[in-house]
Ligand binder design. Sequence first.
Ligand SMILES: Cc1cc2nc3c(=O)[nH]c(=O)nc-3n(C[C@H](O)[C@H](O)[C@H](O)COP(=O)(O)OP(=O)(O)OC[C@H]3O[C@@H](n4cnc5c(N)ncnc54)[C@H](O)[C@@H]3O)c2cc1C
Length: 393
Amino acid sequence: MKQIEVDVLIVGGGVAGLWCLNRLVQEGYNAILFEKRALGGAQTCLSQGIIHGGAKYTLNGMLSGAASAIGDMPSRWRNCLQGTGDIDLRDTRLLSDAHYLWSNGSLSQRMTGFFASKAMRSRTQKVSADERPAIFRAPGFRGQVYRLDELVLDTPSLVRNLSAPHQDRIFQIDAADDTTFHPETATAPARLELNRQGVTLMPKQVLLTAGEGYADLAKTFGLQEPEMQLRPLHMALVSHQDGFDLFAHCIGASAKPLLTVTTHRAASGRHVWYLGGELAESGVDMTSEEVIERGQSTLRQLLPWITLKSPQWRTVRVNRAEPKQSGGVRPDTAFVERRGPILVTWPTKLALSPNLADRVLEQLDPPSGTHSDLSALQASQPVPLTATAWEDM
Ligand SMILES: Cc1cc2nc3c(=O)[nH]c(=O)nc-3n(C[C@H](O)[C@H](O)[C@H](O)COP(=O)(O)OP(=O)(O)OC[C@H]3O[C@@H](n4cnc5c(N)ncnc54)[C@H](O)[C@@H]3O)c2cc1C
């Protein structure tokens, strides 16, 4: 078997793995990344791409742990998009420079007090009628609109931007299939035998950024802990013609948005509204037809002044993969836990990727300054990009 030594093997080519690959290479690490299927992963290219600044997590009127951890993410991403941040993201497409909060007429009174609360004042800005996005200037809208300092990104272009400079370090290999891991002993370093490639990889450290794929990798690498939790969503999509762009949360009486909408473009040019929030959480036990029916009635109720032209609906199921929490609630921050040479990570939010990489770099041993001949791993084709749920609508 051919032997290859590297400083860090990253397993998983979603936003977490790709972001870390960029940061590690910048810091002088001899790092490579394995992706078993397609870059953009299970969650990344199905996410709504919102770079949260925490407003969503203050909806109970209090500054939660999540809200303070995520507070400086929009400005870090903004710097990256301008080419002056941790990573040069000038080739990533911005879908919207802001995300909005709206309430329909009946909830306006409660909203006024809520937006005046200390937790919300620094994060939101009331928008006057003539500055609102077009959909909220249309006749028939009654309610309030607030602007959040949160970006919305086109995730496929983000994945392309993160992977393009490092194609020579990214390989289509399943680290849990036909592989054998041998932990470090007194006489030999840790090694991962890649039986299919006929290669023994000797990574000084391994970074698991595999989302839901951690379940199989924990077996490969002999890890009992940390444990993972999956929180499923059943998202709805509706494509339509000549429609409005909408990037907003609709706020009701609970601590979670009733509906979170982002707008994407299908290859046909049709607008696609991607619908998350309470609709997607409560839809987990429903069939696709039931979620579509619920989506249609939700839009009638929350956007009664809008009629979509030739709407076409579909749904998609996807799990959020995270470290296990008591009560199965959402974790507050990016997660990194070191077990010997293995770092187990979940960003828990795409927006927290910069925070995840900071924490990984704090825990890694320094780079060795060596280079490796990677030709035994080299594939003739670049690893493909995951398809989005909306491109063929
Ligand atoms: C519907 C939805 C909407 C969301 N919206 C937002 C949002 O608007 N804003 C936000 O900040 N966050 C959002 N999130 C959360 C965000 O998408 C995730 O936190 C983030 O994308 C996780 O990235 P990841 O790289 O850890 O995982 P993934 O994107 O799931 O990538 C993991 C990768 O690892 C690969 N892999 C798995 N096993 C192996 C193996 N054995 N060998 C090699 N490769 C392997 C997989 O193929 C996959 O490509 C959303 C999540 C969902 C589900």
